[in-house]
Design a protein around this ligand. Structure first.
Ligand code: URA
Length: 234
């Protein structure tokens, strides 16, 4: 396999970037700097890029966790609280959570060791809609729904258009489904509070096309091939 394809296939960078790395003398084959951009990698060749051995690179893995409430979304907590990593002791790769759910929010959380995919998924320019079920206090009027959909001030910031529907209601509370394409700190809670209906319970049910479905709280599963393709191309 041609060297630029081999490097790109490791997930390290694109083929064009690989060509650049070769040109700049950053690539070694069997310990010697590669000067031949069209080199065909043979079985047993040791290819290193800036000192990283491509054979030793960790395989990229992608999981979906159904986070229960009571866990912080971080790899390590300074206050020694339970973290989402405590829920995945069987994952041997060095995964980390993509984005954040509040301690009191449950639901869909992606864990991966693919830094590039994580960056894309959480970048404000990537418009992946995340969908939440929010149980809020009280009844929500049509005007309030309109405000939630069209943008509401959550303290110096007006939210982007959102998809908001009422799933069910009774005289004391309303269950809303809210899809937002951004992830300001405690955004859904702030949006609901801004219309006077504080959140009682919050669950994220999907991240773009990745749905929680019947995944049990506190458990995780591997993403399917289609889901991995989706997050690599979003
Ligand atoms: N919005 C919130 O308010 N909390 C979350 O955890 C996620 C979105």
């Amino acid at each position: 396999m041609r060297i630029n394809r081999y490097i790109a296939g490791s997930g390290l960078c694109s083929r064009r970037k690989a060509d650049e790395l070769i040109k700049n003398g950053n690539v070694k084959v069997n310990g010697a700097v590669l000067r031949e951009p069209g080199y065909d990698v043979k079985e047993g060749d040791r290819v290193t890029v800036n000192g990283t051995d491509l054979m030793e690179q960790e395989e990229m893995v992608y999981y979906l966790l159904n986070k229960p409430t009571g866990y912080v979304t971080t790899a390590k907590d300074e206050q020694d609280r339970a973290t989402v990593m405590d829920l995945v002791p069987d994952i041997s790769e060095r995964v980390f959570p993509v984005g954040r759910l509040d301690m009191n929010t449950s639901g869909a959380l992606i864990l991966t060791n693919d830094g590039k995919a994580a960056y894309r998924l959480t970048h404000p320019k990537t418009q992946v809609f995340k969908t939440y079920r929010a149980l809020v206090s009280g009844i929500i009027s049509k005007e309030k729904i309109w405000k939630l959909r069209n943008g509401i001030d959550i303290g110096g910031y007006v939210t982007r258009p959102a998809i908001v529907t009422i799933v069910s209601e009774n005289k004391n509370s309303t269950l809303l489904e809210i899809s937002i394409s951004e992830g300001k700190n405690r955004q859904v809670r702030k949006m609901c509070k801004a219309v006077g209906n504080p959140v009682q319970e919050l669950t994220r049910i999907s991240i773009g096309e990745i749905r929680l479905g019947r995944l049990k709280e506190g458990t995780f599963r591997k993403l399917t091939k289609a889901e991995i393709d989706y997050i690599k191309n979003c």
